[in-house]
Write a protein that binds this ligand. Structure first.
Ligand SMILES: [Zn+2]
Ligand SMILES: [Zn+2]
Length: 230
């Protein structure tokens, strides 16, 4: 049975990318999503909860979401995952740094990739990968929930915890009252709209959404109020 999900969200770097640390207190296993910068702050949270990072994943490879990948990988030894369609964008991190006028962060060779419908597991939790291109070609969203295959293989626990644990990490695809920009290389406005309509708005209304920047929201609230989705 999974312990109550640890989910710490900290805005990192000059663009204040929402980095998520998700942990299962029952097993101490965790994943980190979008470590864009400020590795020391992320590590401090990991240490405070006594977590062991199993996986590091970025929702896409814009600099504000990947700037800390190499550093966090070095500090934790955890594998780093992105969608392969964003690998070229990652290799152009120096160009992205020039756009922002910041130094190029440490880089690493990324060899492991996620694709649509893959499942990432930590302790009694899992995240299902949705490929949601449009902001970039390799943009993904993650549906987090209690695992159908709990550690030790006991019967699935479908108690209150799993209901409360369900949430969507939307990267820069869907924001509170807005959507991701599509004017950067690899962006497509029609594509981001169909990704959101077909893959995100089909999720339950009550699902809490953690965007890549800014405030949390819900699927139902965005379906009703988001001016880009009318
Ligand atoms: Zn982005
Ligand atoms: Zn961003």
């Amino acid at each position: 049975m999974a312990g109550k999900l640890i989910h710490e969200v900290i805005p990192v770097g000059i663009l204040r990318c929402n980095c998520s640390i998700l942990g299962d207190p029952a097993t101490g296993e965790a994943i980190v999503v979008d470590p864009g910068d400020e590795i020391e702050r992320i590590l401090e949270i990991i240490r405070r909860h006594g977590l062991k990072v199993r996986t590091i994943v970025s929702t896409h490879t814009h600099i504000d979401h990947v700037g800390g990948l190499a550093g966090l990988h070095r500090a934790t030894g955890a594998p780093v995952l992105i969608h392969e369609a964003d690998l070229e964008l990652y290799k152009n991190l120096d160009t992205q740094a020039q756009w922002l006028g910041v130094p190029t962060p440490a880089m690493m060779r990324i060899r492991d990739f996620v694709k649509e419908d893959d499942t990432l597991r930590w302790g009694g939790y899992e995240a299902r990968v949705l490929h949601t291109p449009g902001h970039t070609q390799g943009s993904i969203s993650l549906v987090v929930d209690a695992s159908a295959v709990p550690p030790g293989g006991e019967l699935p626990n479908v108690a209150a915890d799993s209901v409360v644990a369900a949430r969507l990490l939307a990267g820069d695809t869907l924001f509170h009252g807005s959507i991701g920009r599509t004017d950067l290389p690899g962006g497509s406005y029609p594509q981001i709209l169909s990704s959101i309509r077909e893959k995100l708005l089909t999720l339950p209304d009550e699902l809490v959404v953690y965007p890549g920047h800014g405030d949390i929201t819900t699927i139902g609230s965005e379906r009703e109020f988001n001016p880009f989705l009318r």
